[in-house]
Design a protein around this ligand. Structure first.
Ligand code: PLP
Length: 417
């Protein structure tokens, strides 16, 4: 038995009404590929490109790179990591200028900031050796602190979380002690989509005398972050997910102004030095965010952000979040009616206020379901154990797309069960 036609038509009608009243609906047309029937449920892993970016990349190669050649560094590229960082801070992070920079990968930037933070706290109080992290954090995050603990004589303290949730205030309160050096958490959990109370958790870390590093990969461009108002210390995130930077586009780092000059990151390169072209005998760290850079900035990788950040600034992260909640709520509603009877459970918070921009649907057959959906041009992703991740990038996803995609999930599940 599969979905009957009337059920699908009802969902399509509901989707049409939602699309018609969506203030962001015209944004979808700005993206490459949205005119086709393909359903994209993975904008939280790799955002779609803007059409404007296709033209901008071509003209960059011809005019900027090809025409200006090395003069381009002085004319515009040297400043780009900082100007784009400031713009990102404004558009999506609630960060005043001078605290955000673009560069490296998320993994490398996280390493640099975690090491800097650990060394700072441990250096002031050698009894502080613990790094608090949750067991369900993204692999790169867990692997990094494992390595840093080994390298610096630290120790890990794990927080266990439920598969459909994330770290709460009481979890963190019972994990921090007078031996905590740093805490590493994801704001929006990559698997469940659980959104942590970053302000409250930051205050708990601070009260314990620790610094906290936030992974904002699934937050930036999807949910509002108020880095300054929440009193965050350090944060890192991707630009290729909800910020549509393109495959492997560089990460961003936020370091609160009050900490910048006190921190020393471990990859001392010439681009982080006080006077980049002095070619001096030894390293003297730059001031402000410069010291968190290491080598030549990956300019070609950050070009798409020149198109996506102004769009985000124009529509506003508040409107993005409102649509995001409407999209995930619609997907949850369809899952409840179509998929729950087939044994699918929601592995994300049911309360929209407690989740980010994706929902995870759990069923033992989801790996197979994902493979079959990809063949039909319906593209979610799969995360162990048994999780079908539905990532709904607010600027490029329509409600009709959600209805069609969820109907396809139901169809495939019916076919194989
Ligand atoms: C996507 C993601 C990363 C990716 O790190 P890269 O260095 O870009 O591969 C890291 N952390 C989280 C939580 C992520 O979701």
């Amino acid at each position: 038995m599969s979905l009957d036609r009337a059920e699908i038509e009802d969902a399509r009608a509901a989707a049409s009404a939602l699309d018609a009243s969506d203030p962001l609906r015209s944004c979808r047309d700005l993206f490459v590929g949205t005119q086709t029937p393909l359903v994209y449920f993975d904008g939280n892993s790799l955002g779609r490109p803007l059409r404007a970016t296709a033209d901008a990349l071509g003209s960059f190669v011809r005019d900027d790179w090809g025409g200006r050649l090395i003069r381009g560094w002085d004319e515009q590229w040297m400043d780009l990591p900082f100007t784009l960082g400031d713009q990102l801070g404004r558009a999506a992070l609630g960060a005043a200028a001078g605290q955000t920079v673009i560069g490296d990968s998320t993994t490398v930037l996280l390493y640099k900031l975690l090491r800097a933070a650990f060394d700072h706290v441990h250096g002031q109080d050698p009894r502080r050796v613990e790094i608090v992290v949750d067991r369900d954090n993204f692999p790169t995050d867990r692997f990094l602190v494992e390595g840093i603990a080994r390298e610096r004589g630290g120790r890990l303290r794990w927080i266990d979380t439920p598969l459909d949730g994330g770290v709460t205030a009481s979890d963190l309160s019972s994990a921090v002690t007078d031996q905590t050096a740093i805490v590493l958490l994801s704001h929006v959990a990559y698997r469940s989509g659980h959104m942590a109370d970053a302000a409250a958790l930051t205050a708990i870390a601070h009260d314990a005398g620790a610094l906290i590093v936030w992974d904002l990969c699934h937050s930036a461009g999807s949910v509002p972050v108020h880095a300054d108002a929440w009193n965050l210390d350090l944060a890192v995130g991707c630009t290729y997910k909800y910020l549509n930077g393109g495959p492997g586009s560089p990460a961003f780092a936020y370091v609160a102004a009050r900490l910048q000059d006190a921190l020393a990151q471990p990859i001392q390169g010439w681009m982080g030095a006080a006077d980049v072209f002095a070619m001096g005998p030894s390293y003297l760290p730059g001031r402000g965010m410069r010291r968190f850079l290491s080598g030549t900035p990956p300019i070609t990788g950050m070009l798409a952000l020149r198109d996506t950040l102004p769009l985000l600034e124009r529509v506003g992260i508040t409107a993005v979040r409102a649509k995001s909640i409407a999209l995930t709520s619609f997907a949850v509603r369809l899952s409840d009616t179509w998929l729950a009877p087939l044994g699918v459970t929601l592995a994300s918070p049911r309360d929209a206020a407690a989740r980010g921009g994706h929902v995870t649907l759990s069923h033992p057959a989801m790996r197979e379901v994902t493979a079959r959906l990809w063949q039909r041009d319906v593209i979610p992703d799969y995360r162990e154990p048994g999780g079908l991740r539905i990532g709904l990038s607010p600027l490029s996803t329509s409600f009709a797309e959600v209805a069609d995609g969820m109907a396809a999930v139901a169809d495939v599940l019916h076919a194989i069960s």
